[in-house]
Design a protein around this ligand. Structure first.
Ligand code: 5GP
Ligand code: MG
Length: 169
């Protein structure tokens, strides 16, 4: 597998994200919602660089885009979410591809009455977006290739790679 982003590049990218988030929120309390499972490594690295009073929760969201399912059909398991009413909420996901997952998830979370709702992703794939939004914070823009590592999987493997790699066919 070809390395796309090294450990050092990922560290620098996460530090840049953390700086932007710290700057934006100042000392205001923040609730981070990590989207399972791909965001876990990013969440672990990111939250240790955030300086405001912080709560952390998770949500599971998956899009089924196989031939047998409706494109973009989104399943959300929200039963693990903390209370978001009146909170400043930042949803953190691994990658923004078509954007369907994050777009649908944000719409759903909005119904829970947060004071403010933003989003951050480690990666954004170039030229793939099908929704009229971009995340508020993007670590890296990458070419349209299937990537693994740093939390991202291929058939549930490779999440533990400390770098980001391209899966070659
Ligand atoms: P979207 O709804 O934006 O099209 O898809 C987002 C989800 O698709 C991500 O959270 C991730 O689970 C999966 N995904 C999209 N592109 C890739 C990729 O290159 N590698 C991996 N491992 N997952 C991807
Ligand atoms: Mg995901």
């Amino acid at each position: 597998m070809k390395v796309l982003l090294s450990e050092q590049q990922l560290r620098d990218g996460v530090a840049r994200l953390a700086d932007q988030i710290n700057d934006h929120y100042g000392g205001k309390p923040l609730t981070i919602i990590g989207v399972l499972t791909g965001s876990i490594v990013l969440v672990a690295d990111l939250i240790r660089q955030l300086r405001m009073p912080l709560r952390v929760g998770v949500v599971q969201a998956s899009s089924y885009r196989g031939a047998a399912t409706t494109p973009g059909e989104l399943r959300i398991r929200a039963d693990m979410l903390p209370d978001l009413k009146g909170r400043n909420v930042l949803v953190v996901d691994d990658i923004f591809d078509t954007g369907q997952t994050l777009h649908g998830l944000l719409a759903e979370l909005k119904t829970l009455g947060p004071n403010d709702l933003r989003s951050a992703v480690l990666l954004c794939k170039e030229g793939r977006q099908q929704v009229a939004m971009l995340p508020d914070y993007v670590g890296f823009t990458i070419p349209d290739e299937f990537v693994v590592g740093y939390g991202l999987d291929y058939h549930d493997e490779h999440r533990n790679l400390p770098y980001l790699a391209v899966v070659e066919p």
